[in-house]
Design a protein around this ligand. Sequence first.
Ligand code: PHE
Length: 337
Amino acid sequence: LQAEALTKVEEAIYLSDLQDIRVAYLGKKGPITEVLRGMGKLSKEERPVIGELANKVREAIATELDAKKERLEKEELEKKLETETIDVTLPGRPVKVGGPHLLTSIVEEIEDLFIGMGFEVREGPEVETDYYNFEALNLPKGHPARDMQDSFYITEELLLRTHTSPVQARTMGEYQGAKPVKMICPGKVYRRDTDDATHSHQFTQVEGLYVDKNVRMSDLKGVLNQFAKQFFGEDREIRLRPSFFPFTEPSVEMDISCKVCHGHGCSVCKGTGWIEILGGGMVHPRVLEMAGYDPKEYNGFAFGMGPERIAMLKYGVDDIRHFYTNDVRFLKQYHKA
Ligand code: PHE
């Protein structure tokens, strides 16, 4: 029996053969189990002899099975290693990855630049009260300048903010005249406008506010000049034109020179060679006062810019709607490698 089993083990080719042999010879219904089960029928003298013999045979077969199993497993592994070699020089399959939206990148770039000049980044609610959106900015109810910003009203007192300027009033109101403010606020704003290539009912703004003792118009000009040069290139110039906002006095609009071409092509710029990119001015004394700042002690400047406008200028985007229709072919052009 032992010899027969060992020959079979020797001849086995597959691991599954070994399992069959194990079941056939050593299993519950196998001959050895049968012998051991029949022990009761044997005489006292025969029992230890037969028992010892059966155990020896079982052990011999089991040992051989284990050894063979190890050998077969090793062989199998070697075969696998041989046949399953990977050609690491084959080109990989490209994986599609997303990237930040152009607007997100632009806003982050603007943030980094102003953080570098010591501004903190703040946020405010998109659903705003009439008070912060208008009244605290020197635009009382019935003020004709409210018509400059057609609004989406939710209730009589609540609206979708038409600009990020309410965050000026909120921040100053929070500090109550106790310390200087130097912040920017990026965010979405909403206006009742008909969408076309240059208008959108929803767009983004970045507000800037610096309130301290002895802040001057030249500080505003210096900061904006720095921004224009860092953002658009050293060869850019800025010019300030008089303008009107109820919450700044005097008010300005800033143009940037646009005769220059950059990596992504030339900026769209017709006529004068200047293009308007933001509004700003010196914070109106009434605005300071309403927020708890003494206008005799404190003054400041504020500005508001539109990142879409800036991105359109910087990259020659010809339609503001590209930012919101999210055609990946458009967006992909601006993903950094
Ligand atoms: N809030 C103004 C607008 O949306 C821009 C602005 C901000 C002007 C701050 C002056 C100071 O048009």
